[in-house]
Design a protein around this ligand. Sequence first.
Ligand SMILES: [Zn+2]
Length: 389
Amino acid sequence: MYLKKFIAPGIFILLATAISAQDSIPSYIVTAGKLPQLAYSTGEDRLGSAKMGYIDTLIPLKVIDTVRNLYKVQLSVLHYAFIEKTYTQPITDTSLPIVLCESWRVKGGDEFDSVSFSLNGRVAYKSWMEIDPARIKIELYNVQSNTNWITQLSSAKAVKNVWYEQTENDVLQVTIELLKQQHYGYKIGYNGSSLLLTVRRVPANASIKNMTIAIDAGHGGTNPGASGTSSGVLEKNYTLLFAKELQKILKKQKAKVIMVREADTTIENKDRVLWAQQNNPDIFISFHLNSSGRRSARGVSTYYKHIGYRAFTQSLLKRLLEIKNLEEFGNIGSFNFQPIQPTEYPSCLVEVAFLSNEQDEKMILDPKFRTKVANQVYLGIKDWMKQLK
Ligand SMILES: [Zn+2]
């Protein structure tokens, strides 16, 4: 992981304010483009503000302010969020009447369960995972319940119970209780004005052979990432070596392996997400090499965004810590890194070790170490799959 910091944020903000003052601010917009997402704040760290999650397109929102490249939008009387202007289009609406949520339907398909919510218009939402017990929560904004009918078919195999609470006059909170205690992925989007949640089932006979595993070698092409303090080697070349080692091991186990890149290619993080969502892997693993201004910082770390995927990242870390001389840097949650943002499949970012630390760098350069890392990741996947049953 390596991203440039703003050298003079003060100047940047002044400029951005001057530019935005010239634009006229629309009163209402709809979400647009590929992967629009809502953010909680205008706060920035090196990976941008904390994300509320991706949302579908054509959702109308009221603009209440503009901050740099963001609109501040009203979700409900008491809730607001931020969205990048590039993911919006102005509309001519002059009000957003409250939307009614009508009946729901829960049913099972071949690999998914689905829950559909009839609404008389598209509204903004956010979702999150809960564990112990495993639940998916959805909050719908500018919505009032008229839900007096929830059909639940016995074909549903992943969803145990569904219910709601009107937590505020215009906020509807939906709970989807899962039958299994592990999260295996879900997707939310609109089908017309009905909101559709699809919940992926934990496979009945989870085995590496039946799995599609996506491997993401971080950086590439014009994005070199960090570089080795002593050797000058580039992160992008070594993430690819780790990715290929894992590919080799998993192929031997007859898994279906799909690679984000197999050469020195430039791929935007957003395109990695779009690619993965299209290919629908069972799991997604991203390799990076860490770097710090503090030379003594060293060790391995694994990262997740959604709490439901923590167990997966812990399984990988536990096995990686068996490697001699590889110290623990930690298991890191709520991580704001785009490729592990999707809810559709369990994902883990692995920062194998630090290119900025002398001992770690030596290990990274050693092919035996790279094979060992890939093998431990493989064992970590297997450990986690045992928990799925
Ligand atoms: Zn990196």
